[in-house]
Write a protein that binds this ligand. Structure first.
Ligand SMILES: [Zn+2]
Length: 500
């Protein structure tokens, strides 16, 4: 059933296995998945990555990517073999300097057998040499690589790394990154973090990017194309690097009028969520036909289509809110997606209030009123939506409604203290919905199990007594009227999801 390629080194590795002493019996293969029930094959077991060093070369004309990934990791069990998640064609793997055998299997597994088994708790350096045409690769029938007229882009959720670097592809394994990309003069290579240097020689330019804070694999991005790069510093001192395709056409003005407000919005969000967690902020708008945006760490991915009706600062607020909710504090498992999307949506509600286009309370009342009992909207549980409903609108709108209910229950003082306590306590780590409930109870001094259960975990519309108790308007007079910000907020819907 699974595609299997036997590498030339496999036979040699088999004879090495025979030479392993009896004491090595405890050595076993790392699991092909990290243990997330939503995506059993995503990530891998047996090791933890601390750093990815990616040295790449990309040809926009042919979409050919070649490179060397050097991965620093530590074993978490006695390992005879381990997997990386990857789709491109591998020519060589070295583990701690020695040639290792390797074989592709499943949809995206690269199984690596080191020459000598690896004891638990030891440092491991894995070098993977590879090349390929990312747009020619699919897994599960889709691609996360966007071929553009001027290059290519890796950006998607929950999976994007497979098309451009080998990794332990799950949010639980965060790492720092150095991404160095050689591209022809005249095109630009973008990635996360700080641009350390560029150097041009013999018609090629090398772009050196550094992400010095832990980053999950799906938040790493690579974009090559004809970009105009802008730089500024926010009033609060955060350096901002944005980039716009030179081929945005009539969307160019609206894209810039939105994304150039990144610094202002980062400063504004900091007043709610605490200090911005990264060394730089920004976004890029490539020449793609996709419809979504993605909170790629420090360098948000936007689709031009999001600016086709004019500027939209609400989508910028959403993606920048994720820098705290999803990027700095990442999910433990994909079932915890409410921590990302509920709060990014709620930030849009706070921005609506800031802009005088409807308060968070009015937006909550509207969501409750516009979905009557029996609406399938209520069958999605934001607190555990299942992989097929992970990015359903209910995770966003019902998720934000639940946050307003929580705010009303514990009061503004405890609520806003909770937001900052959360982003400080779990900064650069992982946390779950259950962790959030525990902290909310600690900060507020109130038992909240029933409130969380009603608003996040029941497949029905919370009844009138629950709404009344949470100060959500039970019945508005006449048909519900959307607050003025609704259209811009709704234009953010479907921001995530596979492009096909
Ligand atoms: Zn989002």
């Amino acid at each position: 059933m699974h595609r299997r390629i036997i590498a030339p080194g496999a036979l040699a590795a088999a004879s090495v296995l025979l030479a392993i002493p009896a004491s090595a019996a405890s050595y076993s293969p790392g699991a092909p998945g990290i243990g997330d029930p939503y995506y059993p094959a995503y990530g891998n077991g047996g090791y933890d990555v601390s750093h990815y060093d990616l040295r790449l070369k990309y040809q926009p004309a042919t979409d050919e990517l070649e490179g060397t990934a050097t991965i620093l990791a530590r074993t978490t069990q006695d390992l005879s073999r381990f997997d990386l998640d990857f789709l491109l064609d591998v020519s060589e793997v070295r583990v701690n300097g020695a040639a290792a055998s390797f074989a592709s299997s499943g949809e995206h597994e690269l199984a690596i057998t080191p020459k000598r088994p690896l004891p638990k708790g030891t440092a491991v350096t894995v070098v993977v040499r590879y090349r390929g045409v990312p747009s020619a690769k699919q897994a599960y029938g889709f691609t996360s690589w966007h071929r553009t007229p001027d290059g290519g882009i890796g950006a998607n959720e929950p999976e994007a790394a497979w098309w451009w670097f080998p990794s332990n592809d799950h949010p639980l394994d965060k790492a720092t990154y150095d991404v160095s990309v050689l591209v022809p003069d005249g095109v630009q290579a973008l990635s996360n973090g700080v641009l350390r240097s560029t150097r041009s020689r013999l018609g090629w330019t090398r772009w050196n990017w550094r992400q010095d804070k832990p980053q999950t694999t799906y938040l790493a991005t690579l974009a090559v194309g004809r970009f105009d790069i802008t730089r500024s510093t926010s009033e609060g001192g955060i350096p901002v690097i944005n980039a716009y395709s030179r081929d945005l056409g009539e969307n160019d003005g609206a894209a810039r009028a939105s994304v150039e407000r990144t610094g202002e919005i980062v400063d504004w969000l900091s007043t709610y969520f605490g200090p911005y967690p990264f060394a730089t902020a920004g976004g890029y708008v490539p020449d793609t036909t996709t419809g979504y945006a993605l909170e790629t760490q420090t360098r948000v991915y936007y689709s031009p289509r999001q600016f086709s009706n004019g500027s939209n600062t609400s989508v910028v607020v959403h993606e920048l809110a994720h820098q705290w909710w999803g990027d700095s504090v990442s999910v433990k498992g994909w079932k915890d997606i409410w921590i990302n999307e509920g709060f990014a949506r709620y930030a849009q509600w706070l921005w609506s209030e800031h802009e005088g286009e409807g308060t968070a309370q009015q937006l909550a009342d509207y969501v409750y009123a516009s979905h009557p009992a029996g609406d399938p909207f209520w069958t999605v549980l934001p607190g555990d939506p299942g992989p097929d409903h992970q990015f359903d609108i209910a995770v966003y709108d019902r998720g934000a409604l639940a946050i307003q209910a929580l705010r009303n229950e514990i009061g503004d003082k405890a609520f806003f203290a909770l937001l900052k306590d959360w982003t400080r306590r779990y900064r650069y780590g992982n946390a779950s919905v259950a962790d959030f409930r525990r902290l909310a109870e600690k900060v507020s001094g109130k038992p909240l199990a029933a409130l969380f259960d009603t608003w996040l975990f029941q497949p029905v519309r919370p009844g009138a007594p629950a709404a009344h108790a949470a100060s959500v308007a039970v019945r508005a007079a006449g048909a519900p009227v959307p607050p003025r910000s609704w259209k811009k907020i709704a234009a953010t819907n479907g921001v995530h999801g596979h492009s096909g």
